[in-house]
Write a protein that binds this ligand. Structure first.
Ligand SMILES: C[S@@+](CC[C@H](N)C(=O)[O-])C[C@H]1O[C@@H](n2cnc3c(N)ncnc32)[C@H](O)[C@@H]1O
Length: 219
């Protein structure tokens, strides 16, 4: 299945080909994920989304970033590369197996000293965060039924200029009611998107990059 539900496959390929291409470490991580994670490899973000995240992190001069859902570490690598000097990335995941592939490639890319990985349910990690430092950029990409709780925990800790990125908000088209999908992930994502769109505390745009990425900031 294409990662992008909003555009025809040839346009998706064109967009990726006309964005900065992955370097050798990123290519190696994509290959390792395909080999070791098999059918789960599609959970990895696309290369154009990765460039977008590096650019955004750099432009915002992010000092503290949080990722919820790290898998084999591609999105984390992209965020880590954009961090301001001395910046930190906190990664939340429950899988030692998948994140160990990430650790190996973060080392190869020379960014492992900027990344703290916590293996625990993300909600526990988020709730245990001290009030400072505030979060400058967050990326939510874990279990879909947890999105609402992750969003609320992160929003309450967001710095004034901070942003939240939320992945899979188009959910391969199943987000539309008339798709007929009624599984718990789809229902949770619909409720999450409706919640954000109606949330007076924030300004949000659902971008049609990848499988839908919602960009959110406090008003
Ligand atoms: C879609 S993948 C993340 C993909 C990753 N951002 C990337 O681009 O490669 C989702 C990840 O969320 C993790 N996850 C699922 N439930 C979780 C939970 N309750 N707490 C923390 N991580 C969780 C899974 O182990 C998986 O690695």
């Amino acid at each position: 299945m294409s990662r992008n539900s909003a555009m025809p496959a040839d346009l998706v390929a064109y967009a990726a080909a006309h964005s900065t291409r992955p370097d050798e470490v990123q290519k190696a991580l994509i290959a390792a994920t395909e080999t070791k994670a098999g059918g789960f490899a599609g959970m990895q973000i696309g290369t154009d989304q990765g460039v977008f995240m590096t650019l955004l992190t750099a432009v915002l001069q992010v000092g503290f970033a949080v990722e919820v859902g790290t898998f084999t570490g591609y999105s984390a690598l992209c965020i880590a590369r954009g961090l301001a000097p001395g910046g930190r990335l906190l990664c939340c995941d429950v899988s030692e197996e998948w994140t160990s592939i990430g650790r190996e490639h973060w080392e190869m890319a020379g960014v492992s000293d900027r990344i703290d990985l916590r293996i625990a349910p993300a909600i526990e990690t988020l709730r245990s965060l001290p009030p400072e430092p505030k979060i400058d950029l967050a990326f939510i990409d874990a279990d879909k039924t947890g999105y609402m709780s992750y969003y609320e925990e992160i929003l309450s800790r967001l710095s004034p200029q901070g942003v939240i990125l939320v992945d899979n908000t188009l959910w391969h088209g199943m987000i539309l009611e008339d798709s007929g999908a009624e599984d718990s992930d789809t229902v949770a994502l619909r409720a999450f998107n409706d919640h954000v769109a109606a949330d007076e505390r924030v300004e949000a745009v659902l971008l049609t990059i990848g499988d839908g990425v919602t960009l959110i900031r406090r008003r």
